[in-house]
Design a protein around this ligand. Structure first.
Ligand SMILES: Cc1cc2nc3c(=O)[nH]c(=O)nc-3n(C[C@H](O)[C@H](O)[C@H](O)COP(=O)(O)OP(=O)(O)OC[C@H]3O[C@@H](n4cnc5c(N)ncnc54)[C@H](O)[C@@H]3O)c2cc1C
Ligand SMILES: *[C@@H]1O[C@H](CO)[C@@H](O)[C@H](O)[C@H]1NC(C)=O
Ligand SMILES: *[C@@H]1O[C@H](CO)[C@@H](O)[C@H](O)[C@H]1NC(C)=O
Ligand SMILES: *[C@@H]1O[C@H](CO)[C@@H](O)[C@H](O)[C@H]1NC(C)=O
Ligand SMILES: *[C@@H]1O[C@H](CO)[C@@H](O)[C@H](O)[C@H]1NC(C)=O
Length: 614
């Protein structure tokens, strides 16, 4: 973290500051450039003082050669839980709070729905708000511990009109640290490691598998790391970049980029966190077919590693960690506090949306097959689509097809085979909107509204389908359509994305990031969700989940052998998740996990190294 001052001075030169547009490669001669590290955010300057760590063993930094630590790990195979004698006494938690950047940062978990239950937290007005806005992602991302897939907290303490029920912690963390300084993150990591407590990280809570929550844990809540800095010229890419705090969400970075005439590779989902699970898991984007994955554009991470130290990871320092964080998954190698990403000049975009329906199921799937047959051409044209079906015979080309740098005429041509098939069955496209937008931001805002979250009775699963599955006129196209039809008919749920984040699009080499190699030859990411009635018994739910993973998803695996799934939107029970989420990158990821986190401070279901806990 040295020598940042010189670079900072460069950035604050008024002339450079005034530049709103990207700086071209020849504006600043590269031999005059100082270290490429970006300056620290103020919250990153506030680190845990050595003197405090030395005088308080509970927040001491790790010394992996210390026999004491090894003994502790050897003796306690499991993490400590509140009923254990070794669980920290209240005074120790008070000590932790006192050592944070400010007192009161340690929050004792009160589930968001507690206001609906009799007792000290009961509050009818607030309960109404929680109940009425349950499907709004902001309700959850603004809460220290609430997550958007409550099934994984055991559906505990859900908002209810009946206050007589029982509200328990279930799968919620025990405490959360409202982190506003790197010091808070370091103290929490050290405390959890030294006292053998389960540690989780929560940013927004979007994780499909509830991995930003966990029973008996101490959680680090990164939501308030909201800083964004514009970097007009980054020496690594000789172009503009943004440094983004770990709590920044997609809508915030998109807006900041738009104000400079730029764009970054970020999700379609506006409230998703940018630097947390999204970019560390790879990150697909409406720009994927022209620019690859979000992780392809990372220049640097700042991170608190499992030993409690705050380090920089980029191409020169901690390169192995840098590589692992570019696709290896969240909650595995440490707590990222900020990420620096390359920005690109914004582009015009054309978008298309419509819906159709037909009572004839064969006609419906024949039209879908015709749509699938356009996937390769759309991907080659740089397009991304997000489509859905939630009821038999009803198709939503919605949010729609998103084509950077394409015209309405080109899009009409690309979609023609689907329209032709619709015409064959007298099916019409309803509510059609074909629109050209001046820039990425306008198109993104127009196309991707906030999505509802918070479902309590479903289990998702997904698959990345390779390009050859959609070759026109091929046997595989028929087989793919058939397999998708069978599963979607069973569950009445389809969400699909046509996109091709190739290495060429991302401008990266095969081994430059740890992004799932399956993404590089895929051109569709298709999700389904098995659902059950609210009153289903545990046995019924388990049977449904088991069928999804083992029976139904097998149909998708069988027609895409060797491919995989996107960990960011996946089945928590994914079979052979190591291969599925990381393919040939797994052995290296696992060894980096062992190097940085030998005692398993970080754990999340299906994360790298998680198999060591089961
Ligand atoms: C409505 C919706 C829309 C979505 N849209 C997209 C999309 O367009 N593209 C896409 O690729 N994915 C999308 N996703 C999936 C999303 O990227 C993943 O769920 C992602 O993990 C969310 O990251 P988060 O940090 O916002 O969420 P969280 O649930 O808070 O965290 C996710 C995981 O990352 C860990 N984590 C969070 N912050 C940090 C940190 N600073 N350091 C280390 N670990 C951390 C958590 O512990 C957890 O394991 C969407 C999901 C939803 C629900
Ligand atoms: C780590 O622990 C060993 C053994 O207790 C000690 O000799 C060494 O000085 C420690 N290293 C650091 C950096 O504290
Ligand atoms: C978290 O900390 C911030 C900054 O101190 C504060 O504004 C906010 O209210 C805190 N949130 C909670 C839930 O305590
Ligand atoms: C479509 O409509 C035309 C004219 O109304 C009709 O002749 C034809 O049989 C219809 N085709 C189908 C498949 O319904
Ligand atoms: C759940 O409710 C449905 C409809 O109300 C009923 O038919 C079914 O038997 C119930 N199942 C259980 C396990 O109670």
């Amino acid at each position: 973290m040295q020598s940042k001052l010189a670079y900072f001075a460069l950035l604050t030169l008024p002339t450079l500051q005034a530049l709103a547009a990207p700086t071209s490669a020849d504006t600043v001669p590269s031999d005059e450039l100082p270290t490429p590290e970006t300056p620290l955010f103020p919250f990153e300057e506030n680190i845990l003082p050595e003197s405090i760590a030395e005088s308080h063993p509970e927040v001491a930094f790790a010394n992996t050669t210390s026999p004491d630590l090894q003994k502790r790990f050897f003796l306690s195979v499991c993490k400590t839980i509140p009923s254990d004698l070794t669980w920290p006494a209240p005074f120790l938690w008070k000590t932790l709070d006192a050592l944070l950047s400010r007192e009161g940062k340690l929050i004792k978990t009160v589930p968001i729905g507690a206001v609906c239950y009799n007792g000290q937290y009961y509050n009818k007005a607030r309960c109404d708000v929680v109940q009425n806005t349950w499907s709004d992602s902001d309700l959850h991302d603004e809460d220290p511990t609430s997550v958007m897939s409550p099934f994984f907290t055991g559906n505990t303490c859900l908002p209810t009109a009946d206050p007589n029920g029982k509200c328990t912690l279930g799968g919620y963390p025990y405490y959360a640290v409202n982190a506003t300084a790197v010091r808070d993150v370091q103290a929490a990591v050290n405390f959890a490691r030294n006292l053998n407590i389960r540690l989780v990280v929560k940013n927004t809570g979007h994780d499909f598998s509830g991995k930003s929550s966990g029973a008996h844990s101490l959680s680090i809540w990164t939501h308030n790391f909201k800083d964004i800095t514009y970097i007009p010229y980054h020496p690594d890419t000789k172009g503009p970049a943004f440094k983004v705090g770990a709590g920044v969400q997609v809508f915030e970075i998109n807006k900041a980029a738009q104000q400079r005439g730029l764009m970054v590779v970020g999700g379609e989902g506006m409230t998703v966190g940018y630097a947390g699970g999204y970019i560390q898991g790879g990150g697909h984007s409406p720009l994927s077919s022209i620019l690859g994955m979000g992780a392809d554009h990372v220049l640097e991470f700042n991170i608190v590693t499992p030993n409690g130290r705050f380090v920089t990871a980029n191409k020169r320092e901690n390169e192995d960690l840098f590589w692992a964080l570019r696709g290896g998954g969240g909650s595995t190698f440490g707590v990222v506090t900020s990420v620096t990403v390359r920005a690109h000049k914004t582009v015009p975009v054309t978008t298309l949306s419509f819906v159709f329906s037909t009572p004839n199921d064969d006609h419906f799937w024949s039209i879908i097959k015709a749509y699938f047959s356009t996937f390769n051409a759309f991907a080659d044209a740089g397009c991304y689509s997000y489509f859905a079906s939630f009821a038999p015979g009803q198709f939503l080309m919605n949010p729609g097809i998103f084509c950077p740098k394409q015209t309405p005429a080109t899009m009409e041509k690309l979609i023609a085979p689907m329209y032709a098939e619709m015409a064959k069955y007298n099916v019409t496209a309803d509510g059609k909107v074909l629109k050209q937008h001046n820039d990425y931001y306008a198109a993104w805002q127009h196309t991707f509204p906030k999505e509802p979250v918070g479902g309590v009775t479903g289990q998702p699963a997904s698959r990345l389908f390779p390009r050859q599955n959609f070759a026109k006129g091929s046997y595989l196209l028929d087989a793919t359509t058939k397999a998708v039809r069978e599963v979607v008919t069973k569950y009445g749920f389809l969400i699909g994305f046509n996109q091709a984040p190739t290495l060429a699009a991302g401008g990266v080499k095969w081994d430059e990031t740890s992004v799932n190699p399956a993404w590089r030859s895929a051109n569709a990411h298709i999700i389904t969700t098995a659902q059950w009635p609210l009153n289903a018994t545990t046995a019924e739910v388990e049977k449904i989940r088991n069928d999804l993973t083992k029976v139904e998803m097998k149909k998708w695996r069988n027609i895409s052998p060797g491919s995989g799934a996107y960990l960011g939107e996946s089945d928590i029970n994914e079979i052979n998740f190591q291969q599925s989420f990381w393919g040939a990158h797994y052995p290296r990821l696992y060894s980096i996990k062992q190097k940085y986190d030998p005692t398993g401070v970080f754990y999340a279901a299906t994360a790298v190294g998680s198999e060591d806990w089961v």
